[in-house]
Ligand binder design. Sequence first.
Ligand code: FAS
Ligand code: PHB
Length: 393
Amino acid sequence: MAADLETQVGIIGAGPAGLVLSRLLRLQGIDSVLLEQRSRAYVETRIRAGVLEQGSTDLLIETGVGDRLMEEGAVHHGVNLQFDGERHRIDFAALTRRHITVYGQQEVVKDLIASELADGGTVLFEVEDAAPTDVTGPNPSVTFRHDGRDRELSCAVVAGCDGFHGVCRGIIPHEVLTEYERDYPFGWLGILAAVAPSTEELIYAYHPRGFALHSLRSPELSRLYVQVDPHDDIENWSDERIWSELQLRLASPGWTLEEGPVLEKAVTAMRSYVCEPMQHGNLFLAGDAAHIVPPTGAKGMNLAIADVTVLTSALADWFHRSERAGLDAYSRRCLERVWRVQDFSNTMTELMHVIPAGDPFARQIQRAKQRYVATSAAMQRTIAENYVGLPLS
Ligand code: FAS
Ligand code: PHB
């Protein structure tokens, strides 16, 4: 089948990684085509992450897709870590002079898709069987089906932005791939509730019954999570049971948690994963296609954005100046940040969760770490600088 579509960069996946990459490439005068398996409505309503590092919001604003983010996003200058009912505020402003913004991932996706289409970009939704071919040869391409037709996208580079369950990582031969994995012995049950947040800043709470998180989405919408067994069935969790656990785990003297109708609820397993390298020939993985972090550090979406800023710089060198050094160093450069973020996400996860059937020694170490967080400015600075995000390279 001859290619019936041609571009410079074929992007598989229209999540944060693929969409930010397409935007950044456009600003570099590099053409791309986005192939997404789901519908536009699905990707624009899929509830996921909620926290943007300052580096991410600065990038979205500087690249012209941050207008609604500036209007509707909530800038936060601190976060609360609570241990056994005692709340400790990590003061981002005093410790880092940087901030975070709470703005749902689906809103970021909406803004990026609108921008891409307004600029005449090519985003094909409901694509089936996308498959990179010849990524180590002279004629890379992506074959796929769309609107009942077999099609082929000819491109110089394929960007695998298709998430953890995508197809691109599988293109890298096993003999060159190293995979690092850690499955946590718990998951998160997350709810979206139609009630005004009971807090102005996020609250991460350790409680003997399990971790809980109070996040936000808007003045009318709250996003909350409780630690559950990773194999627990959402059917076991009535709205009443969820709110009861949240009341117990988030309780703090003089503070009230307001309840409201639960609009959505789901259980998400928690894992860490990294594949090395993140590239093979002219295939480059970015975002969840290459790595997964537990959401305790609020990093998944931000790490995807960091990857594609590195990839864009390397592709600009290659397409504009025929210099391939940046592409050859892509994995190495991304993985430096990936492992820093893995460390932070793992630290936050182990600090805040009840380790099921954990050994008493480990619990004492956890208590000592919690006390250290509560009392040490140095430790609070460490948490603050990682949470707001290290500057994008
Ligand atoms: P994504 O998974 O977002 O996007 C990949 C895209 O590729 C999807 O649209 C998918 O439909 C498409 N795709 C997959 N296979 C394809 C194929 N074969 N052909 C074409 N398209 C294909 N992170 C946080 O920081 N905080 C959170 O609270 C949080 N909650 C999460 C909850 C869930 C249920 C999940 C799964 C993830 C959560 N994450 C969270 C992590 C999440 O935000 C990711 O880090 C972020 O979406 C990464 O973005 P992408 O790499 O673009 O991957
Ligand atoms: C969210 O708002 O969905 C959220 C916030 C912080 C996290 C994870 C999820 O660490």
